[in-house]
Design a protein around this ligand. Sequence first.
Ligand code: TRP
Ligand code: ZN
Length: 903
Amino acid sequence: MSREGQPAAIQRQDYAPPAYWIDAVQLTFDLDPAKTRVLSKMQVRRNPQVAPQPLRLDGEELNLARVQVNGAGTSFKMEDGQLVLENLPGGHEPFELEIFTTCQPIKNTQLSGLYVSEGTFFTQCEAQGFRRITYFLDRPDVMATYSVLLRADKAAYPVLLSNGNLVESGELDDGRHFARWVDPHKKPSYLFALVAGKLVAREQKIKSRAGTEHLLQVWVRAGDLGKTEHAMNSLMASIAWDEARFNLPLDLERFMIVATSDFNMGAMENKGLNVFNTKYVLASQATATDVDFANIESVVGHEYFHNWTGNRVTCRDWFQLSLKEGLTVFRDQEFSMDMAGSPSARAVKRIEDVRVLRTVQFPEDAGPMAHPVRPDSYVEINNFYTVTIYEKGAEVVRMQHNLVGREGFARGMKLYFERHDGQAVTCDDFAAAMADANPGSELSRRLEHFKRWYSQAGTPRVKAVGQYDAAAQTYTLQLSQSCPATPGQADKQPFVIPVTLGLLGPQGAALPLQLQGEEQPGGTERTVVLHEAQQTLTFTHVAQPPVPSLLRAFSAPVVLECDYSDEDLLLLLAHDSDPFNRWEAGQRLLLRVAIESIAAPAGGTGAGAGFDQRLLPPAIVQALQGVLRHPQLDAAFKELVLSLPSEAYIAEQLDTVDPQRVHAVREALRLELATALQADWEWAFETHQDSGAYRPDPQSAGRRALAGAALSMLCLAAQAQGDSVWPGKAYQRFKSAGNMTDRFNALAALVTSGHELAAPALQRFHALFKGDALVIDKWFALQAATPDRAGDALPAVRALMQHPDFSLKNPNRARSVIFSYCNGNPGGFHRADGAGYAFWAEQVLQLDAINPQVAARLARSLDRWSKLAEPYRGAAREAIARVAGHAALSSDVREVVTRALAA
Ligand code: TRP
Ligand code: ZN
């Protein structure tokens, strides 16, 4: 329960099966925003495996009107917010439990349970929202069949939806109507959903490989129908992909997606009735960027893939969350890669995924909220929908995939469903199925050891030391691993770490690999498995000193330390056959320069403080120029290579962080790249224009991304040189662009370079798109993330919050301003006077009173406070303490700030 003192942590070890099963539920809703009446009839029986005890049902913010057992009144009591029934029929016969409650959807600003968004009813039940609708055993291992009768005013709520199949509908008195939905599949309560309101649908009939027909629907508000084509195409592609790659068909006659603009997260996989944030449904070339199009494809895929990984087989308890989320992220990543097609487009997707992992998950794993992929305890489960559960969880699945191979992984999935379809299971069950389906594989031989990835938090560090022996013609590679302590876990055991590697000759050729003891060389790439604290590999017949290319395609979620010279990295950047490591070599070169410049005494600490001398060695500039001008490389890949590591990623490499110094150095590097390659950026902009019809495919998106980056560099250089030609061109491009990607890139180039044309452009943009919430979110977000100039970022953010379009209650809007500033504008946020942190504290508290889930996300912004240099450190700590000292705090925010202060 929220806001009631210090809630106790829930321990994974305390898991006990439920004392009762609920096999079937009949729900009747009389929908009314002010007072919705919910009648729940449940078929309940004792769990014969558990000692007899009272039935304890979860409930939150409900008004209880009546409780009946087998049609007669019964005694009950309330205890810790639970409804406790002691005098239940004995024996193991099922009985009928009937509970009548009411709730107030219009007052539900948390967006968990039943709520109203723009006049339409929505539900969000994961993880524990169902208890805000009715009393229930609100835990994922209790699976029931649901029959749902919805009744509401027909004019206000013409569309009535729930899970499964529509079996009956019709008119009632007083202008009301009804619809009855029956879901043939058993499900846990967190997958329940209803939607009621004024919506319209794009429809599509499809046939499965087996010939069965299905109806697909994408439901939106009337004006948005024109923006649903891409979501529908993505859904059809997802269905076809899951059938083709994993033999997993759609198991429903009807599959629906509904969009809402008030949503705490991205989307939700309710059985047959996915509910989406509009951000991941609506797209047109005029209003959505290429990134939006790609995100829609991957989120639609993600939620659809949950239909098997999550819904058909679900989680026994919430500690197993990564069972469904890690696996489903892995599946959506593979889906996006398969859709992208070419090897280089696949590599681009991999680089993007790894970038998220390293800039967001690695810090989480090193900070106060660090937790294993399968956590051991939590206070508030909503706080554990983290990048560790999702992205690191996906890496743990990916390592299993790589250890058993693509075919082996498909076999493991098959066995997983043969064993567990219709069950609520654990991460152990998944790994066991993978291993058992692949006897003799590295995974099955080391299964218990491999599973430390589920139980130990922290990012392992792998150190590689190479030594060449010219006389013996051998190259020895010593690999060692360690893992830093995390809260509650001081000592770590070695992990099973697949290291995919190759060796490059002095001219960049891929060398044949022959390990000591092998008769002959075998291939130019291997995956070796590091499982001890330290292992040594000896390669023979190595004629010249090689350069190792390690952890190709990022074969494990670790930090790789290797003493590369600049020349080694330049060689890898120019020649590695692995595109990921090519990109990585460039990032290492740039990171090295950034870190050295940060440590160097000169340059001051203020934003833009003068770095008179050049920071980038000419060889690096030349190498980057070589990539930019390369005749074969993809534009998308070039754009990634030429992007500097983010401030967050740079900061993560430092023991003590002066955020203003990090910001100043990165800005200086950006300016240097802009001016040193000015002619090349001009070339890149001119030669990467698309004249044909807009298509969001990876190749054309890549061209637009590179052109956009070029324009931004050109505006930056122009601003420094007092020249207005390129800002003028950017303004023209902004006005005449035929799609949102080009238009927004031009706008961003003007705004971030600080040119005076930014103001009229912003004004024009708002006028053009007013009323289109998702575009206005972009407008807010861009301004809130605009680099600080003389302390103007915070006042600008406060001014944005006074704008008539701003609202704290709408999560997308709150994120577009507050999160963009606190998480996406480090130079503006980390102020020496601490005003950024004070603002953060103020907003966490404001939001907490409205929506604890969103507030707790914002509360994470200062997770890494203890790494900050003074005066930032002290000011940040003070701000966190101010939040923690607030009396009426949700358990969500309290857990985050309590853990932060313990760091
Ligand atoms: N299960 C959802 C997904 O990842 C996400 C989710 C979990 C969620 N809890 C939520 C979405 C609360 C909205 C609100 O696919
Ligand atoms: Zn998910």
